[in-house]
Every structure is written in C-alpha cells, then in structure tokens.
Design a protein around this ligand. Sequence first.
Ligand code: HSE
Length: 446
Amino acid sequence: MTANNQSSFNPGKGTGEPVGVAVLGMGTVGTDVIRLMSENAEHFTHRIGGPLELKGVAVSDLSKERPGVDRDLLTDDARSLITRDDVDVVVEVIGGIDYPRELVLAALNAGKSVVTANKALVAAHADELAEAADAAGVDLYFEAAVAAAIPVVGMLRRSLAGDQINRIFGIVNGTTNYILDAMTSTGADYDDALAEATRLGYAEADPTADVEGHDAASKAAIMASLGFHTRVKFDDVHCEGITQITADDIEAAKKAGYVIKLLAICERITDSVGDESVSARVHPTLIPEAHPLASVNESYNAIYVDAEAAGSLMFYGNGAGGAPTASAVLGDLVGAARNKVHGGRAPGENTYAELPLTPFGDVPTRYHIDMSVVDRAGVLADLSARFSRKGISLRTVRQEEQERHSHARLIVVTHQARESDLQDIVKELSELDDVQEITSVIRLDG
Ligand code: HSE
C-alpha cells in the first residue's frame, strides 16, 4: 500500500497522539502483523487519527534471529511489557490457553485493549475475558479467531446485530477440508491424504486439534455465542473429527451424488411447542454435490449464515495462514487504536438471550447408513418396519449386489429425525442377525 496524499496528515477528529502496541508472540502470524504494521504505517495513522507505535514484542527465545524487528524491542518478559504505561493495545498471537489467558487478563485488568487470534482461549474463557474488558472499559477483539480474514466475527457482532440469526454453518477448518478434498479427488485413503497435507505444510506436525474437530469446535462455540447472544463454550459443542472417514465412505458418497465435508453447524432450534434452544456441533457431513459448500476445495473455508431479514449470506476465502490472519488482527488493531484516540468501545459480548443448549439427542438431523445385509425375502420389509416403528421416515433405499451373493449392500438415507432415535435404530440394526455389518453412518445436510 502507498499513501496518495503523504504530505497532508488527516487525523480526522484524532489527536495525533501515538497508540502504543505490544505484540505477544512472533510466530508466523506475529511476524506478519509486525511486517504489515510497518509497511502500512502511514495508512494506519490516517485511519486511526494517530500513529501506531510498536513498543515491544514478547518472545520465548531471545537468541533466535528475528528479521524485520528492532532487537531492542524484543523481550522475554511479557508480563512486564503488557503493563507498561506506554502500551495501549496488546496483540496476543501466542496460542495455547493457560499462559495467554493469564497475559490477556492481566492486560485487560491493566486497562489495555486486547486483540487476540486465539480461538481456543476465547472459546473456553469468553465470559471471564468479556467481564474483565467491561470492568476496565476497554476493547476485546478476536476477528482472527474464526477463519482468519473472512469477516465472520465482525459480521455477527456488528453487521447482523439488527437481525435474527437462525443458522450459521460451514467449513471452518482448512486442514481437514484439504484432506477430505484430496481423498475425494484422488481416491486416497485418510492416512495418505494426511501425510500429503503434512508434507505440504497444511497439517501441523501434531494434527490432533484439526483432524479431531477441536479447532472447528472452538470456532463453532464463538460463532454460536455471537450469533445467538447466548454463551456457548467449547465443551458445549458436540464434536466428531474426520479420522474415521474411509476411502470407501468417500466413494459411496460420490456414487450417491454427495461429498463429505467437516461442517460446523450452529442453529437455533424451535421445538413443537415453540421453545427455542441452541445447538452447536462439528461432524463429517454429506452434502449434495450441487450445494455451494461442496465446491469449496483445498484448504479454503466457507461460512453460510441464515438470518431472518437478511436471508442467506455466504462468506468464502482463506481461513488460515500468516498474512490472512494478520489482516484480521490488523483490522482489529486499527479498531482498538481508533477507539483509544477517539473514545468509545467496540461492540462487546452480549449473552442476554441465554437460550438453553439443545441436548444433542434432540437435534434434528438425517442419516446416511451403509450396511451389508442378508439377501433374502422379507429382510428389507423387516428393516423398513423397524424404522417406521421409531417414527423415522426413509428418503431413499438403494440396494447393490455384493460379491457374496448371500448378502446385499443396503444404503439408506433417512428424512429428518431426532438424533437419539437415529442412534437407537442404528444400534437396533447392528444387533440383528440379518445385518452383517454397518459399514458407515454419516449425517447429511443441505
Ligand atoms: N488449523 C486451522 C485450519 C487454522 O486448518 O484451518 C487455524 O485455526
């Protein structure tokens, strides 16, 4: 970025006073934050009404080379840095939970606004952090915690604050989307696709948080809390990862016209007597090939929002990486700095609605059940009767011959039913002599 009008400083109503910034952590994101802060300094001065001044960078290893940052700014004493008088805004890009929680709380309690990219921290401790920010009258921003620069948090906090959100769902983890896409496009099995994702740098050396769905669950908790004005924590999110998805599942999905995606689904559920509750869940989900989310490939993210007045909105882009995450952090930093200069605060957390959480068993969903059954007269009729007795309606039933002629492959897609009824029927079927094996059970959406 170059400023067109470099000679005339236009601070708006700003005082031109500098805003002191401390950055905690200098990994991929922290490095890009510092680089872009310096490259775009003049623009930020105009946008804020005073210059951003980097006062210090807390790192764990002072001996490491840190190109792009003045050595005098480096410190390994984060606790002292955040309470310094010349620091107004603290940017936390360390990761983890306990240590950043301590630092962020200390910064807020010392009257510093905080910008964090830390989804695990926000999803686990939002109440405590929001209370500390409110008590000190400072800002707590975390746009980068959900899907990097895709403006999900700002959209839920600000843009749709005048609407009622009914559903937020989408692909919020790039690593698992890359793996599932590779399995779909090459026929690779899970282990090979994960190995390739690791080799290309998409998956971390320890991919647990991504492949077990924890990263997506943190994001779901944040989105549900903001969207439904109700506190939803990481532990409230039902979470299943992608480690059990096989090449056969992908192939069967393809044959039936679906693709498998790891979806985060946050929805307002209204029961038969009109009572509302909130569900947040993450699990592998079959979606029709024609659904726009089906063509979100590689490590891209996409989020759909259904709102009462706005209708359906879709957001798409890079949900991870140094520069996209730094872009979100810098957007927040400009906002927090502007508030320091001009006064005022960012829209805070508001959990006034306090909707109850929907028990997972009550969530309405649909199942795709793939099984091997004994191929003889009456078996199909018996199985359909069992579904019917549970009040579960079948949408499609497909039968395929198997190599063993005594058995047939049966693929059943249900209409919407309660999760617990669907779980019960799967258990009942698995105990029947006529059902040799239930090969896979995957939920279906869209
Ligand atoms: N590891 C995440 C992903 C990015 O793969 O999308 C950070 O949340």
